[in-house]
Design a protein around this ligand. Sequence first.
Ligand SMILES: Cc1cc2nc3c(=O)[nH]c(=O)nc-3n(C[C@H](O)[C@H](O)[C@H](O)COP(=O)(O)OP(=O)(O)OC[C@H]3O[C@@H](n4cnc5c(N)ncnc54)[C@H](O)[C@@H]3O)c2cc1C
Length: 460
Amino acid sequence: MLASAALGEFAALLGAERVFTDPDTLALYASDETPRVCRPEAVLFPVSHEQVAGIVAIANVHRLPLTARAAGSGNVGGALPAPGSVVVSFECMRRIVEFDPDDRLVVVEPGVVTDDIDALAATAGLMYAPDPGSGAYCRIGGNLAMNAAGPRCVKYGATRDHVLGLRAVLGDGREIRSGSRTSKYATGYDLTRLLVGSEGTLAFITEATLKLVPAPQTVATLRVCYAGNQAACDAVLRVMRQPVVPCALEFMDRRSIDAIRDYGGAEGLPSGTEAVLMVEADGDTDDVPRFIAALERALRGDGLLEIQSGFSAADIKRLWTARKSLSHAVKKIAPLKINEDVVVPVSRLAELVDAIDALGREHGVPLVSFGHAGNGNLHVNLMVHADDAEEMGRARACRRALVETVLRLGGSLSGEHGIGSEKRSFVSLELEPDTLDLMRRLKMLFDPLGILNPGKKLPD
Ligand SMILES: Cc1cc2nc3c(=O)[nH]c(=O)nc-3n(C[C@H](O)[C@H](O)[C@H](O)COP(=O)(O)OP(=O)(O)OC[C@H]3O[C@@H](n4cnc5c(N)ncnc54)[C@H](O)[C@@H]3O)c2cc1C
């Protein structure tokens, strides 16, 4: 039970209208995109850095755990309230503090929606490059905390590569500022890169200075169909070996194509298609046809069934239809999707795809894999029924075997979704004890009482 003294202090700080304890609000903030639910004790809606600092100071006095939340679209339980915790929602901190096209930067509060930053940048011929699929509703605070990425990141890099500086509140309520407004910076330790991807466990981010890049004039798309997974993975490697870097290189495996067919979304895919690559090139209008031609050359090889190109908005939309239907299509296989987000060096992608097929057969669990092949990052979805205990047991064993396979291939647990509460039991399989120990000591330095997002990121 949350002490009424703490509630009174929060109300005095924020105004009573920004402190919620009613059952409907608590239910609304009790989960993210994972199936788990944990009701918080209260939900707070600060509007400024000072209010966030004040919340953390009060939480220190009362030893209250705090769970940061942006849009709640995370799929690893990052924003899932820890038991007995108070949710700090950043939704109301959505000011654009500054937009400076000359220095190619924008300063934003953490509640700004990601696509809105890109839209603002576009007004000056610029682009905010990270493009998570959830960009229409996820918020930059969540992206920063998870180091979110998306298709464009094969060319432009993930969120971490687009942050110049941060303002944040530490676990004891103190403020820190990291980085600068400049495109080069070498003073002190790089706390910006440390905080990005720290999942709200080291500090709560209250402001970010983001780097913008020139927006490409044109984008063109290739949809490439192959007779098998191996042929598609070989093509990925050929693409990544040549000099034209695509701005998307997305893969769908045989199971994904089967699901799309069952759903009725495979119209236009040649028969015999077992794997598809979606490839894009961007740049100046004069250059893009040349880029597309180079990519086409690299994509041709054994097992190729068809290449279709799209240069107009209508054609590009048509080529993406099958891929866009995938998230609905997989729901027909089973109601629950356990989403793994593994990443391997791109040269090991074919081995990973083979191993996923074998693991699905061995454990009797349908595995649907797709994702950002150019980064070696696959979303492996285990399709299961939550009420079938025996199947869930097989899925658990399959997850562990998948993680072990990925690590054997030189990869990592998560490419972009993060660790949250869902994957932390696997972290000690990947990190050496001394590395993990240093991370735990860092956590203690940033958050001495352990009140920021407990139960996330690192194993107990
Ligand atoms: C349909 C769909 C598509 C997706 N596609 C992608 C994709 O392409 N790429 C990708 O990377 N992810 C993707 N995701 C996952 C998710 O959208 C991202 O992880 C996103 O970054 C989460 O943002 P959010 O605003 O929803 O954050 P939340 O889920 O609310 O929070 C995420 C984490 O950030 C922490 N946090 C929030 N605000 C702050 C703050 N101010 N300071 C410190 N910590 C904070 C939270 O505690 C939590 O740990 C997708 C999800 C869905 C549902």
